[in-house]
Design a protein around this ligand. Sequence first.
Ligand code: ZN
Length: 215
Amino acid sequence: MSNTLAIIPSMNIKNKPATFFALLILLLMAFILYWSMTKPVSVVIQAGHEGRTCGNTGAECKLYREEDWNILVADEVVKKLRSWKIDVKRMPARVHFTRAKIVVAIHFDRATTPCNSGASIGYPSDDSKAFAQRWKALYKDYFPFKWHEDNFTDNLKNYYAYRWIRAEKFLLLELGEITCDKQTKWLKPRLKKIAHLVAYAIAKELGKKVKRPAL
Ligand SMILES: [Zn+2]
């Protein structure tokens, strides 16, 4: 009787580190499982600000909301890429941990003084720079308004999703200014064509032989 009583408390003390260790192993296994389930995809397309109800909800002007335009363009890019048999993950503003070859986030800029902005590109490192220049060459031929230097704002340089999605190349595209009447007038009837051009740039970057869309 007295022997059993002596064993039980000592077992409890010994079990504490063992329980902790077992828990750690379980956590590690769960993490490995999660990692293997989040298999890398070729492309991630994000519609900027999609689903945000507070915080950075995107640019707005009296006629248009940036979020709506981002969704329209992002959906069309995805549609085009899938028609070329490229695997794509479509993401809203709230991203989760993913691995991809190419990530493109779709945005439209705003300006306090209307028409002071235009198109620009953001990227996290020089790994994406050549791709950014190839996109710029394509879109510069088409978009007839102002261009900024790459990464000209902190938002472009340090976009939060750079930390969540591990990508070989990540571009944040500002496709024009939504607070400029001249630009929205040009952009609105061309949103799908712009989306096709984005899809084309991505497919080319992946080495796919696809037809350049008619603009
Ligand atoms: Zn935006």
